[in-house]
Design a binder for this molecule. Structure first.
Ligand code: F6R
Length: 367
């Protein structure tokens, strides 16, 4: 059932053109210029009148939530807060019936997320689920929701569920923005066309970077630390890249917003520090260029994820991974793919059990 792949994780990484497509299917109707999502539409008044949206999740799903915040605030102009479910539930949060709470969970069984949702429901919030497992506990207690149609995810490290979550969050943000008038028709039309093109771009990235990333991975088998940096939408993508690496390779890795580097982590940079930097053209590119200069001045080893044809960041970097250009808001979907591959190959070359990393379970049903 691994379909010829050595591990489920690699199979699932390669399934992403299809899983993202499946998640959009029947929802994103590009020709008609419509996003159809019954779960949103049936409760549109709740979203329209919401004072704010609170996203709760854990781990990788929490990273998707952070990108959801950027998407929903940019396009629908509704205030969003993103919380770790475990923190939210134990701090007596302020919740009213004017709040919409969105839980993101691949398994739909995560105990902390479930408990946070119950609390929000008791306090009168409208609760919405973004789950991958159909009929899971979270899917059942929510008032409404949208399934990610990523298919079963077996590898413990989440890959295709993450990009499917980003797809759903993109659809929700664009739909709400179109509906409440914050996103004009022309922008809406060009964004949905761009979203529709994402599966093909993932496919291109998989074929153009697969071998290159294996070569890069070989050079970092003995690394003991990694930094991942990104700005804007790609800051959460940096967090997710770092989480993938630590989970399966057991190399310590930290994700940071690139501009925060000068407030502390820069002290760590020397010739032994590999730094993965996500630097697509759209999204604070000039600022990233200066971040790379600061890193190179301290001899850090830079692995840059840039758009095809990039020159400025590429010239300064030790390793360059090119990805196709897309709208800034969708760039984490594409940029995450080579980072998944990088974590995967570093772990494989270190002899780690990538599908079942030590101490981790696929669904965390304890608090
Ligand atoms: C990371 C990973 C975990 C999960 C987290 C939440 O690769 O798999 O961090 O993302 O345990 O799980 P779900 O999404 O099932 O609630």
């Amino acid at each position: 059932e691994k379909s010829g792949y050595e591990h489920f994780m690699l199979k699932e990484i390669f399934e992403q053109p299809k899983s993202v497509h499946d998640t959009m299917r029947g929802r994103l109707l590009v020709e008609e210029g419509v996003i159809k999502m019954a779960g949103i539409w049936d409760h549109i008044e709740k979203f329209k009148n919401a004072n704010r949206i609170i996203i709760i999740a854990c781990g990788t799903s929490w990273h998707a939530g952070l990108i959801g915040e950027y998407l929903i605030e940019e396009y629908a102009r509704i205030p969003v807060e993103v919380e770790y479910a475990s923190e939210f539930r134990y701090r007596n949060p302020i919740i009213t019936d004017k709040d919409v709470v969105i839980a993101i969970s691949q398994s739909g069984e995560t105990a902390d997320t479930m408990a946070a949702l119950k609390l929000a429901k008791e306090r009168g919030a409208f609760i919405y689920g973004i789950c991958n497992v159909v009929d899971s506990s979270i899917a059942r207690i929510t008032d409404a929701g949208s399934y990610t149609h990523a298919g079963p995810e077996i590898g413990v490290a989440s890959t295709k569920a993450f990009t499917a979550q980003l797809t759903i969050l993109s659809l929700i943000a664009l739909k709400l923005g179109k509906h409440n008038g914050n996103l004009g028709n022309a922008d809406f039309m060009s964004l949905i066309a761009e979203l529709d093109a994402i599966p093909k771009k993932i496919e291109d990235v998989l074929s153009s970077t697969h071998e290159l990333v294996q070569d890069i991975a070989k050079d970092f088998i003995n690394a003991t630390n990694f930094l991942y940096l990104g700005r804007g939408y790609n800051y959460p993508a940096a967090l997710e890249g770092a989480l993938k690496l630590k989970e399966i390779s057991y190399i310590h890795a930290e994700g940071y917003p690139a501009a925060e580097m000068k407030h502390g982590p820069i002290a760590l940079i020397d010739e032994n520090m590999p730094i993965v930097i996500i630097a697509p053209k759209k999204g604070h590119y000039d600022k990233i260029v200066s971040n790379v200069q600061e890193i190179k001045a301290r001899k850090g080893k830079v692995i840059a994820v840039v758009n095809s044809g990039d020159t400025q960041v590429s010239q300064m970097s030790d390793y360059v991974i090119e990805i196709p250009e897309t709208s800034e808001c969708f760039s984490p979907i594409v940029a995450s793919v080579p980072l998944q591959l990088l974590a995967y190959y570093i772990a494989v070359y270190r002899g780690a059990n990538v599908d079942q990393p030590r101490n981790l379970a696929k669904s965390v049903t304890v608090e």
